[in-house]
Ligand binder design. Structure first.
Ligand code: S3P
Length: 164
């Protein structure tokens, strides 16, 4: 099996679905944000606070490349698709699965979340705008699109297994 990259907006369920997919497939699951936190020995929100987004994005690209192409499931951070370089790497090195989810559901899940630096000072409509700005990029990068809006984590995982 080629590496499976799960991409999608914050709150789309990448981490949770990745975990279940790992159990069902028997493949290792590597979470990019966890790897960045380990490498920096800091939480994502503190990396943003202390060093800023540009630094975080640099680390994100480094980790993406370090993880390499071992057969595994990689749960990415929602912004990994923002750089051309990252998109090219994803496309060349695995199967890219976009977990789509309607923005109304996403903003509900993200309400009150203080761990995600990019949304903590945004209004719900600003988060929806950000979702719409990113949507074409996720779609362009994806080999497979799974709409998780009305699915449980189990159902979404089954659908991924059927499609890969
Ligand atoms: C980000 C998403 C986050 C994390 C960082 C930036 C983004 O990951 O990488 O806060 O730009 O969408 P999740 O998608 O796992 O929340």
């Amino acid at each position: 099996m080629a590496t499976i990259y799960l991409i999608g907006f914050m709150g789309a369920g990448k981490t949770e679905i990745g975990k279940v997919l790992g159990v069902k497939s028997g493949y290792d699951v590597i979470d990019m944000d966890d790897q960045i936190e380990k490498a920096e020995n800091m939480q994502i929100k503190d990396i943003f606070n202390q060093f800023g987004e540009i630094y975080f994005r640099m680390k994100e690209t480094e980790i993406l490349k370090e993880i390499g192409v071992a057969s595994s499931i990689v749960t990415t951070g929602g912004g990994v698709i923002l750089k051309d370089e990252n998109r090219q790497f994803l496309k060349e090195n695995g199967t890219v699965v976009f977990l789509q989810c309607e923005p109304e559901v996403i903003v509900n899940r993200l309400k009150g979340d203080l761990t995600r630096p990019l949304i903590k000072e945004k209004s719900l409509s600003e988060i929806v705008d950000m979702y719409h700005a990113r949507l074409p990029i996720y779609l362009e990068c994806a080999d497979i699109v799974i709409d998780t809006t009305n699915l449980t984590i189990e159902e979404a995982t089954e659908l991924i297994i059927e499609r890969i």
